[in-house]
Design a protein around this ligand. Structure first.
Ligand code: G6P
Length: 369
């Protein structure tokens, strides 16, 4: 096992550090920036299904559901296709309206999650075209779907999902870009801009990982907190949810993710000097609004850990701690902002003496309903 951990103390840390490589493996042979094309067999052979779809329904559980939420922003923003994101367990039991004009995308690292598998079967019975985004090759969901694309993240051993999440987002971004191009929403220049920037992502993830020593210092300050709030807007709202999920999964600290603007409808009541608030405040996408959320937290003495874009000035003046990530296109920021949040949950859990790779009561894949 020590050999498998490749010199890291835990599988989770190893998998966090594998992300630049995993993302590269995910678009290897698919993203051909020089030719200006995206090639994915599962999509190319079924392009008409996607282009004629009335809407896309995404079903998943846990972290994969958060990747689905990021994909909702990407598909609607870039490809202008309406999307609904559903917990598989709710979707399958609520007599959903599904037609043969719907495309259902099931996202699952393991490809074995019982609720997701059941949702797929239901959608197929109702005539929808079902596309899978799985990591485990030959898994039940990979076999049950009409077509799909693997994430190629390599085996993920840590129960808390990390590289599976970022590679799921990568696959779904490729799909959205392909559809944006085919639908004529994107002209060639915009398409190229995205392809080029996607190619830069692995090295930018590498840079985001350089925040590790700083995140470790911040973790020391907050490791004994009873609660933690995570806020983000737009593309970074699902990242806030995922950051909170990671922390509660492995450190057993109660954590909640919220859309930053919703703070005033509830969570603000909880803010005092004992409440750390992780705010994702990158420079694109409602920056000024997030800055005013930060001011509201500060005036109530909340402690602010902000994830900002390199070179940020405004948030730096307000926050207790700032973690910088490289600049990128707004739609690609989740691939970077999620990195310091993974590291934060990891260090806090280690400092609290928790079993990071196998947290209590959780399983890597949930094959019961
Ligand atoms: C479990 C795991 C999570 C995972 C979820 C969905 O709860 O602990 O890490 O996100 O199942 O799993 P899947 O394999 O379908 O992505």
């Amino acid at each position: 096992e020590e050999i498998e951990k490749g010199g890291f103390d835990h599988f989770m840390l190893k998998e966090i550090y594998e992300q630049p490589r995993a993302i590269l493996d995910t678009f290897r042979g698919r993203l051909l920036a020089n030719d200006g094309t995206i090639k994915m067999a599962g999509i190319d052979q079924n392009l008409e299904k996607f282009l004629n779809a009335n809407r896309i329904i995404i079903v998943a559980c846990g972290t994969s559901w958060h990747a689905g939420l990021v994909a909702e922003y990407i598909f609607e923003d870039l490809a202008r296709i309406p999307v609904e994101v559903e917990y598989a367990s709710e979707f399958r039991y609520r007599n959903p309206v599904i037609t043969d004009k719907d495309v259902l995308i099931a996202i699952s690292q393991s490809g074995e999650t019982a609720d997701t598998l059941a949702a797929i079967k239901l959608a197929k019975e109702k005539g929808a075209f079902v596309f899978g985004v799985c990591n485990v090759v030959g898994s039940s969901i990979a076999r049950e779907t009409n077509a799909g694309a693997y994430t190629h993240a390599g085996p993920e051993i840590g129960v808390a999902s990390t590289k599976a999440f970022t590679t799921q987002i990568t696959v779904l971004t490729l799909l959205a870009l392909k559809l944006a191009k085919e639908k004529g929403v994107f002209n060639t220049t915009r398409f190229h801009e995205f392809l080029t920037e996607l190619e830069n992502i692995p090295s930018k993830v590498e840079k985001a990982l350089l925040s590790n020593p700083l995140v470790e210092i911040i973790s020391e300050v907050y490791k004994d907190s009873a609660n933690c709030l995570y806020l983000g807007r737009g593309y970074n709202f699902p990242v806030a949810l995922e950051g909170a999920l990671k922390l509660k999964e492995i450190s057993y600290i109660h954590a909640e993710g919220y859309p930053a603007a919703e703070m005033k409808h509830g969570p603000i009541a909880l803010i005092d000097e004992h409440m750390p608030v992780v705010v994702i405040a990158t420079n694109k996408g409602h920056y000024e609004k997030v800055v005013s959320n930060i001011q509201e937290i500060k005036s109530r003495k909340g402690k602010i850990i902000a994830v900002v874009t390199e070179g940020d000035v405004q948030v730096k003046e307000l926050a207790d701690h700032v973690i910088e990530i490289p600049e990128t296109l707004e739609s690609l920021t989740p691939l970077l902002t999620t990195i310091p949040l993974q590291l934060l949950s990891y260090h806090i859990a280690v400092m609290r003496g928790c079993n990071v790779d196998q947290p209590r009561n959780l399983a890597k894949s949930v094959t019961v309903e």
